[in-house]
Design a protein around this ligand. Structure first.
Ligand code: 13P
Length: 253
């Protein structure tokens, strides 16, 4: 059976104190209420990583993620944070290729391939984001588009490296819009992604890769989404900022 993962992406929200208060609420609720073995990941801004890691390290099944890492190892790159620095905080995951970074920071498939290499080299599990715009969805080419994103940024990896990935399908038209993909639309894309990986690396590898859904996932729709055979969890934006909503999503499996 594949791992179930619910990851929060806090994006550009929460001061240090606010982030610690939120993480503490989530950790208490997870310890008290979560019995389904789902792995919980908190994707915080860089400044929170070390403190949130320390605060949550005793709670089983909680892990910490950065929201990005540099393509560089070190050097004169003001403002950048390397994968090694992320790993040194105790974080185990890093989100790579979120559509907001692709759009606002012009992150190309090629750059993302480099970031994936940096993450793996530093023993971080990448949560690789892919997803199409509304225009591409309406043109009917969305499956090809998303599979191409995967080919360009991930298919240079060996089977052994690939096994360490988590993929998040996040249709851009569903992010922060309140308009979620239907469970069937999400399942169809997750299946297409898994088939695409199987075509390159075989079913044995494809069947082990967790594929998460992201885009207006809430306590009211998580259960139906997570019931789909190829949906292994969620990458949660807005609802991850409210401890009650986030933990209710975790409990939806
Ligand atoms: P929302 O859950 O706010 O739609 O955001 C999804 C997302 O972008 C998670 O990375």
């Amino acid at each position: 059976m594949r791992k179930h993962i619910v990851a929060g992406n806090w994006k550009l929200n929460n001061t240090l104190d606010q982030g610690l208060a939120l993480a503490s609420e989530i950790a208490n609720m997870v310890a008290d209420e979560v019995t389904n073995g789902t792995e919980v990941v908190l994707g915080t801004p860089y400044i929170h990583l070390a403190a949130v890691q320390k605060l949550t390290q005793k709670t089983a099944n909680i892990h910490i993620a950065a929201q990005d890492c540099s393509t560089h190892e070190s050097g004169a790159y003001t403002g950048e944070v390397s994968a090694a620095m992320v790993a040194s905080t105790g974080a185990g995951y890093v989100i790579i290729g979120h559509s907001e970074r692709r759009e606002y920071h012009n992150e190309s498939d090629e750059m993302l391939a480099t970031k994936i290499n940096m993450a793996l080299k530093n023993s971080l599990t990448p949560i690789f984001c892919c997803g199409e715009s509304l225009q591409i969805r309406e043109s009917g080419t969305h499956e090809n588009y998303v599979c191409q994103q995967i080919t360009e940024s991930l298919f240079h990896l060996s089977a052994n490296e690939f096994k360490n990935l988590v993929i998040a399908y996040e249709p851009i038209w569903a992010i922060g819009t309140g308009k979620t993909a239907s469970a069937q639309q999400a399942q169809d894309m997750h299946k297409a992604i898994r088939n695409h990986i199987a075509g390159k690396l075989g079913n044995a590898i494809a069947d082990t890769i967790p594929i998460l859904y992201g885009g207006s996932c809430k306590p009211t729709n998580a259960q139906e989404l997570f019931a789909q055979p190829d949906i292994d969890g969620g990458l949660i934006g807005g609802a991850s900022l409210k401890s009650r909503d986030f933990v209710d999503i975790v409990k939806s499996f």
